[in-house]
Design a protein around this ligand. Structure first.
Ligand code: SF4
Length: 338
């Protein structure tokens, strides 16, 4: 059985010709899979019946299954997707009442190697990289299940995308070409693998970059993010400046406010110094406690004070709206639990 989500338009053309059909049938198939998000061949009504029957015998659209689906009070939907080998990863659809955007947060790996101390995914260890079509399949699953068109994609689910560079860059290309999502609407979030950030700048399509900075003090960052031991804050900054120069884009710095640790006045001051010469926006994320966590949620007052201190230095700061916390779909809570 062929999995059609693995195929782009020219590969679909080869596939239909091998089935003894005319090349133009591939365009119809392509449109049903990627534009209309059909999940089975019976829905493809403008394709002649005998070809549909042939397709049923020889192919499936996706080879993934929804193992679990949870809907939050705020409309966020979290899916646990099972891949062909039985491994699972999560993806999330986020909706915002006042915006037309529908953002899919996708996973790039099953588990993660990076070991960030506050992260639920890190606790489950690393299992394997996801292939490009398995990343694409997460978006197609969301579209098939909801009947909605995803407008934005963020690589902020399970895994470190830059540790799965080739599959992620292929997935970005296909999200852009096959799902018709503009490159400005694709964001890759990394914990800060400096060398790969530079490599990313040479790709044909360079996504918007978000960095999980979380702390501008090297010693504390080492405690919560082991990546700091390999690529420290100054190497990271050099890579970020390179990205900004090469692409003309700003980076978004994600900063988790952990009560009493990263949310203090001193930490705000260190952050201001770190970003003083960087083209960036800052997204503050009040920490969501996960099971057995030793870290605390910040108070509202400390969160607002932290924001104010950054803004008074002229920085653009947002506080991330908490989405799906009741279903463990908020940042750092994706653990792939069945
Ligand atoms: S925060 Fe991201 S990079 Fe860090 S362990 Fe979790 S999934 Fe991996």
């Amino acid at each position: 059985m062929e999995t059609l989500a693995k195929l782009n338009l020219s590969q679909l053309e080869e596939f239909v010709e091998a089935l003894g059909e005319k090349k133009f049938r591939a365009k119809q198939l392509y449109s049903w899979i990627y534009t209309k998000s059909a999940d089975n061949f019976d829905k493809m009504t403008d394709i002649k019946k005998d070809f549909r029957e042939k397709l049923k015998q020889s192919a499936v659209v996706l080879d993934t299954k929804i193992k679990k689906k949870q809907v939050s009070k705020d409309g966020t939907i979290k899916y646990l997707i099972e891949f062909q080998d039985g491994k699972c990863a999560e993806c999330v659809l986020m909706r915002f009442d006042n915006r037309a955007n529908l953002s899919a947060c996708v996973s790039s790996q099953v588990g993660c190697l990076m070991g960030c101390d506050f992260c639920a995914t890190a606790k489950s260890g690393f299992q394997r990289n996801l292939e490009a079509y398995e990343i694409l399949s997460q978006i197609l699953t969301i579209q098939q299940d909801t009947g909605l068109k995803v407008t934005n994609v963020v690589f902020m689910g399970q895994g470190e995308p830059l540790n799965n560079f080739d599959n992620v860059s292929e997935a970005i290309k296909r999200i852009n070409e096959d799902l018709q999502i503009g490159i400005r609407r694709i964001t890759l979030s990394t914990c800060g693998i400096a060398q790969k950030i530079k490599e990313l700048c040479s790709c044909e399509l360079v996504p918007t970059l978000a960095i999980s900075l979380h702390c501008a003090d090297s010693e504390i960052r080492k405690q919560i993010m082991p990546v700091e031991k390999k690529y420290n804050l100054s190497e990271l900054k050099e890579a970020l400046k390179y990205y900004c120069d090469k692409t003309g884009k700003r980076v978004t710095l994600e900063y988790i406010l952990i009560g009493g640790l990263t949310d203090t006045k001193e930490m705000a001051q260190k952050l201001c110094e770190y970003i003083s010469d960087l083209k960036c926006n800052i997204n503050l994320i009040p920490y969501n406690p996960i099971d057995c966590s030793k870290y605390k949620k910040p108070t509202k007052k400390d969160t607002m004070l932290f924001k104010y201190l950054l803004e008074s230095q002229g920085k653009k700061v947002t506080i991330r709206l908490e989405r799906g916390a009741d279903i463990d779909a908020a940042c750092g809570q994706l653990a792939g639990k069945a």
